[in-house]
Each structure stands twice: as C-alpha cells, then as structure tokens.
Ligand binder design. Sequence first.
Ligand SMILES: Cc1cc2nc3c(=O)[nH]c(=O)nc-3n(C[C@H](O)[C@H](O)[C@H](O)COP(=O)(O)OP(=O)(O)OC[C@H]3O[C@@H](n4cnc5c(N)ncnc54)[C@H](O)[C@@H]3O)c2cc1C
Length: 506
Amino acid sequence: MQIVWFKRDVRLEDNAALMGAVATGQTVLPLYIIEPALWQQPDMSQRHYVFLQESLAELTKALEQRGSRLIIRLGEAVEVLEQLRQQFPVKGLWSHQETWNGWTYARDKRVLAWAREHGIAWQEPPQHGVIRRLKNRDGWAAKWYKQMAAPMLRLPTALPPLPILSSDALPVPHKLGLRDDGCIARQQGGRTAGLRLLKTFLHQRGERYTREMSSPVMAFEACSRLSPYLSFGTVSLREVFQATEQRAHALRGVSAEERSTWGGSLRSFSGRLRWHCHFIQKLEDASRIEFENFHSAYNGLRENDFNEAYFTAWKTGNTGYPMIDACMRALIATGWLNFRMRAMLMSFSSYHLWLHWRQPALHLARLFTDYEPGIHYSQAQMQSGTTGINAIRIYNPIKQGVDQDPSGVFIRQWVPELRDMPQSLLHTPWLRPDLCGDYPLPIVEEKDARQNAAARLYGQRKGQNYRIESKAIVEKHGSRKAGLPQQKAKKSRKAVVSPLQQELPL
Ligand SMILES: Cc1cc2nc3c(=O)[nH]c(=O)nc-3n(C[C@H](O)[C@H](O)[C@H](O)COP(=O)(O)OP(=O)(O)OC[C@H]3O[C@@H](n4cnc5c(N)ncnc54)[C@H](O)[C@@H]3O)c2cc1C
C-alpha cells in the first residue's frame, strides 16, 4: 500500500504526490490528518479551518467519483501513520514538499525518523517552484519558469478501490480550541470557487488589475483573489500560470483596442505568481525568519518597547487613523486585503507604534485566510525594515487614505462612526473631535512617530559590519535578473524565460 498524505495540496489535479503513488500500481490510500496540536499554534484560526473543511468536502467528492475515498484521521501524524502501518503493508508515503510554519517543520522531522525506522520510502515531490536544498539563487527564476511550463499532471479517471477502513468525522472548530473570529464574509473554500475566480479574473476582472490593485475600494474585485486557493493548494500554481500564459497568447491575436490594458495586467500578475515562490524560498532556505530578524543589526531594537495598549488599538481597528482602522476591520470581516493595505498595516504597527513585528505578524496570520508563512514573514519583515536589504518604506496612513479612498466609501463602510463626517475631514477627523462620537482620537502623532522611527531605523544601518551582513543576505535570498548570470542573461533569456516574467523583487 502507498499512502498519499494530503497537506497544502487539497486537490487531485496536477498533484505529483498522488500521481507518483498511482504510478506504483499498488493500492493508494488518500489520507488527510487533522492534527489538533497544529490548530493550537498561535498563527492558526477558525477561518483557516473552515476554509479547509470546505476544501476537504470537495476533495472527498472528487475521490469518490474516481472510485476511491478520502480517509480522515484525527491525531498526531506519527501516531496516525503508525496505526496504518500496523494494519496494512505500507510500502511508501507520498506528500508534496511543505515549506510551512516551524511546527510543521518539526513534525516532518519526526515523520522522517518514523519512515526511516520502518524502512518506508517517503517521497516528496516539489509542490511548485520552491527548491529544496538550494545552493544559491543563481538561475532560480529560470528553473521556476521551467517547472511552471512543464505539462500538468492529469489523473486517471479511476483510482484503485480501498480496503474497508474507518475515517474520522471532521471535528467542529471549537473542539480544536478555535473560536469564532468574526469572519462574516470569508471566501468560500474548495477548488470550484478557485477555478471560477481564475476564469473571471483572466477574462473580465483582470483588465483593471494594474490600475486598481492598490486601492481597497477596487482591489476586492480587480485582484485575482486566488491567494487562499494557492495557499491551501486547491488549485496549483502551475495551472494558474499556464492559464495566464494561454490567455496572454490568445490576446496577441486581437486588436489593440480589444487588448486594452490586458498585456500589462497579465505581465504584472504573472510576475507575482513567481514572487509567491520567491518569498517562500526564503523561508525554505532559512526557517529562522519566522521568529528572528533577517538582519541581526535590528536585534533588540524594538523588543523591550512593546506597548500592549497600542497593539490592542491596532488589532481591533481603533487607532484613530481612519484608513488603518477601516483596513483592519475589513480584514477581520473578510479575511483578505490587498497588498498595499497589508503593507500599510504592518508599517504602521512597526514604525508609528514601534511594535516588534512578531506579534502583529501573528495577528495578521490569523486574519489572512491565505496565510502562507514564507510570504507572510518575509513581507512582515520587509514592511518593518528588518531585512537589511530593502529600502525602508514608511506608509503615511493619511496620504494612503486620500490617495486610495479619495471619496471615503471604504472608510465609511468599515468605520460607521465616521459615516456623517464631512468629506473634507474624513481622513483627519481629529480636527473636529466634537464630530467624532465614539471614534477614538489618534493614539500617536503621525509625523513625529514616523520621523522618530525613521531616525532609529537608519541609525542601525551604518558601519562595515552592517554592509557585510546585508551583502550576505542578498547573496542568499535576493533575486537575480531572470535567474541568469548577468553576462549571459541577454543572450539566453529569450530561450528560457517567458515574456511574462519580467518584474523582480528583492
Ligand atoms: C505584511 C504582508 C503579509 C502578507 N501575507 C501574505 C500571506 O500570508 N499569504 C499570501 O498569499 N500573500 C501574502 N501577502 C502578499 C499579497 O498581499 C497577497 O498575496 C495578495 O494580496 C493576495 O491577493 P490576490 O490573490 O488577489 O493577489 P494577486 O495580486 O491577484 O496576485 C496573484 C498571486 O500572486 C502572489 N502574490 C501577489 N503578491 C505577492 C507578493 N507581494 N508577494 C508574494 N506573492 C504575491 C499570491 O500568491 C497571489 O495570490 C502579504 C503581503 C504583506 C504586505
């Protein structure tokens, strides 16, 4: 028997672990393990679990349609696998490589020890473009492209039948210690919803992508909204990439008028699909960045200044800055926010409130339905100025409000206390405290807090040692142009790099 252990890949399509197991010709046991200890980690929340439940329900149906079944077991992974080994002649274990939080990393080490002890071959094909045991970043983008361009794996229409085997019911969230977190407008889990979004994005919504992605007024529609589906793997990154390439190809044949802004949008979108793996690769190469600063020069800078009252005001959307509070409250209710507003929330907590990034990042992890540790902690540190390789970017929440929500619809929707505030005061309501009602006054003075933070951050960025360490971080984690050595890049780029693959983050 071969066990296929579904992890962050809740789908049958383009699933290398499942295909590998099927190819052995032996009985295949599709398994999902609900691990109570995982759900008690500080980065997990009910919205993640309910999204997973919905996704597992679809996976169950899809397996049944192929004559198989999803076996769900509740417990610690090694114990569950050992029970199965005692019941059946288990010869192989299959799962995609997982680059996830510290808890899953430690659990995988225990599973590996168990597999070795019992002579069970644990095969872990890559899930997308992240490379395990990568030596350095040279050529990384070209490898990523090659992986994305490889043919999709298609499953046979029938799977081998399973022997009689019990399956546990999915526990209700509170049995796992999860509590209702106010996500009243969460995205629906599963594969069908993800594919629907992919289709509407590539054929309708995506036209406005580059123009509208930064404003929370438009971004809920104009962005793809595929992130939770990619994070839980109900759709594969490769299928999204290939559908995007096909759409770009088809558009080459239409008139300039019909093509409109599609070219730029698809290029930009496709670049972000690569960023997905680019950032996860950082965590794969250095699991410590979930807990520690990328650059050691920032160690000790904020740790002793953690202000609980500021943190509470920020987490609940009560800082007195309308754009910050509207974003936090929208996120609590929907489980999603566009990139710029995520960056602004993180920047505000790290700079204006001078909070160390770890607790705010955990709070956001629980709120993002799409929580993906590799992207999340890299971005949290980027927006907190602790990577040592990125420019320090401090978002001014008043300017962001004026630029991204000029007519105030978003703020009025999420901060009803300000619904009747005159438009001219909406982004600075403290100028008329008599009209603020229950809405709080700002907890910090914006300009002072911003300048103070900038001075403290830049103060750390001096000296030879700082530069040496930054250089080492760029060497290990920084992107390279098209993943090719500089001198060869021009010549061979055409052959291996898609025209869509242009933008490069650090
Ligand atoms: C502080 C902070 C934390 C973040 N945490 C997460 C997280 O936990 N999970 C997550 O998926 N994204 C995270 N992001 C990145 C980004 O904001 C989201 O991927 C994006 O908003 C998701 O919406 P979408 O699917 O509509 O994106 P689209 O703009 O439609 O992009 C398509 C896909 O590309 C990838 N992508 C887009 N932007 C980025 C980016 N900047 N870096 C890496 N990949 C990207 C995502 O997989 C996304 O689904 C974070 C950003 C910040 C600033």
